[in-house]
Design a protein around this ligand. Sequence first.
Ligand SMILES: [Zn+2]
Length: 172
Amino acid sequence: MILPILIYGNPILRKKCIEIDQSYQNINLLIKNMYDTMYKAKGIGLSAPQIGLSIRLFIIEYNNFYKKKFKKVFINPKIIKNYGYDLISKEGCLSIPNIIENIKRKNNLIIEYYDENWKKYRQHFNGLLSIIIQHEYDHIDGKLFIDHISDMKNILIKNKLKIMFNLNKKNF
Ligand SMILES: [Zn+2]
């Protein structure tokens, strides 16, 4: 089932999400619906708050031309370490249509998380995968990629978004 994706300005996108446990109902259906939604929107990642659920869960599917497909569900993830040199890459977000910006993030990431079978992992990622994971992780903390942009440019982008989405509030 394709779910509606929340767009910038919706307060749910700014909430810190809560952890879930194994008693969470219908998690496999939720994950399937999130993948359907992400494929339809042609995204490479989608977090639960983007479909209106304030829980610490996100999905990723990224196809690299050289390596095989990376498809993973991250539940209750915790960033252990974020380090190394700065990588600048162009980021966009399904919740912020038509905005693509250069964003600076650290190259390396060590993260702990559970998959959909509640198997626990502690893994190291670098390069683009690390960037994608950091972007999705931000979502479950109520952060958006535009928060990483310098103040002046951030104000310009937020003003543009306010006009695009006809928003009245001062801060998001
Ligand atoms: Zn996003």
